[in-house]
Design a protein around this ligand. Structure first.
Ligand SMILES: *Cc1c(COP(=O)(O)O)cnc(C)c1O
Length: 428
């Protein structure tokens, strides 16, 4: 469920017509719905209410300060993957003692920073990293709370670039080697073995890989609790969202209309499939959703500049592209495209492309879309996660503005870059 819908012939975010935002702030423009963020967080949080748990939002999905502030106020923890992300969380009013620090390439400066700020746990990706954290913590006179990331060697059945839980991926420690890693780390004086972590991939649309991974790793978590007194088991993020039918899925009724076999993953079905295995562990369960919370909570608005009819194709050239939303170019990501003005039903087959000098700069190819013309604005749905956070100024296009809508109110939460901002850190 999300809060983007047509009303009076125009696309709205909650109570705000998106065309009003375009008139006032121009395009390209990211627009987020506060109600959708709240709905997603709360639904997932309550699905696990039977057990001791914490939702640690994966900051990398959307790290705007106002988004982090909104989630911090709901009591969210945060999963960070860099020192910069912890800095953002703290600036937004988040609590470092509810943060976990993941990632395969942590630097000394980052380790020192998160330890001094009192991080809940550093999630460690190799024994070499554990030894290094022990050394850094020793020099600071601190004990570093850690968890190892286990790679359960489970096929997440998602795009190869966002699959992380197979033994050929760079992430985590092989399932067969993990017990020995804990054994050796338990002898290091400046480490506290606090938990166990895994994350098998992103945009998982069925519950089966989660169940397989949880059932495979739960006995290990139980052993580690017995041997070393670990207190948490993080089952990672990865819950998928709706991309293909994004607009329709905003309505509660869409979900019940889906045939049972193909019904998308909901927090309730995710929780009910794994709770029976998790509950007996008596551990605190950490969830690290990014996309699930942010994905359907945002859209990218872009204006059509030109229509170019070639001998084999019609191109709609828009004022945004891969520099603002790279998912189609990076991993064949699909975003539903709808005009702000409700369509009369007429469609045409087009490529929607951006201004960047790369053939990979497209939002869709050969797709049947509601007809729209130069001067009109379209919305790329489901752009709230892995959108603005991956935006660049390639070809020296300034970054878009970001707006957070809450009911009838709309606030600029990141102002549009100017040409001067583009060169601000450079010298002649
Ligand atoms: C990226 C990431 C997440 C979030 O993944 P989503 O698919 O956005 O839910 C969670 N945990 C870790 C360790 C990650 O790297």
């Amino acid at each position: 469920m999300h809060s983007f819908h047509y009303s009076n012939g125009g696309l709205h975010c909650e109570d705000v017509p998106l065309s009003d935002l375009v008139s006032e702030h121009g395009t390209p423009l990211y627009v987020y719905s506060a109600a959708t963020f709240r709905d997603r967080f709360t639904k997932l949080d309550s699905a696990f209410s039977e057990i001791d748990h914490e939702v640690a939002y994966a900051v990398k999905a959307n790290s705007n300060l106002s988004v982090l502030r909104l989630l911090a106020r709901l009591g969210s923890g945060f999963d960070i993957v860099s020192g910069g992300e912890l800095y953002r969380v703290i600036k937004a009013g988040g609590d470092p003692s509810k943060c976990t620090f993941a990632g395969v390439g942590k630097t000394r400066a980052e380790i020192e920073y998160v330890l001094k700020e009192g991080i809940y746990s550093i999630n460690v990706e190799s024994e070499e990293e554990a030894a290094f954290i022990n050394k850094v913590a020793g020099e600071l006179g601190l004990i570093a709370p850690i968890a190892f990331r286990v790679n359960p060697n489970v096929d997440a059945k998602t795009h190869k670039y966002i699959s992380t839980g197979k033994s050929e991926n760079k992430f985590g420690i092989d399932f067969e080697l993990i017990a020995a890693a804990y054994e050796r780390a338990s002898k290091l004086p400046n480490l506290q073995l606090k938990g166990l972590q895994m994350h098998i991939g992103s945009q998982l649309t069925s519950v089966a890989p989660f169940v397989e991974a949880v059932e495979k790793v739960a006995p290990l978590a139980a052993d580690l609790k017995r041997q070393y007194g670990i207190e948490f088991f993080s089952i990672g993020g990865g819950i998928g969202i709706i991309y293909e039918d994004a607009l329709a899925s905003g309505k509660e009724s869409w979900w019940t209309e889906q045939p049972e076999e193909t019904r998308p993953l909901t927090p309730e079905c995710y929780a009910s499939a794994i709770l029976p295995t998790l509950q007996p562990l008596g551990l605190k369960i950490l969830l690290e959703p990014g996309r699930f919370i942010a994905g359907n909570a945002g859209v990218l608005l872009t204006e059509c500049l030109y229509e170019k009819k070639g001998s084999s194709k019609t191109f709609k050239i828009v004022d945004s592209g891969m520099h603002h939303l790279i998912r189609p170019a990076l991993y064949e990501g699909h975003h539903e495209i709808v005009p702000l003005k409700e369509s009369s039903g007429e469609t045409e087959q087009v490529d929607v492309v951006g201004p960047i000098c790369e053939s990979g700069d497209f939002f869709c190819q050969n797709r049947e879309l509601p007809r729209f013309m130069p001067g009109e604005t379209i919305a790329l749905m489901s752009a709230g996660a892995y959108g603005m956070v991956m935006a660049t100024t390639y070809n020296s296009h300034p970054l878009p503005a970001e707006i957070l809508v809450d009911g009838a109110e709309a606030r600029v939460v990141r102002k549009r870059q100017s040409f001067a901002d583009l060169i601000e850190a450079e010298e002649v």
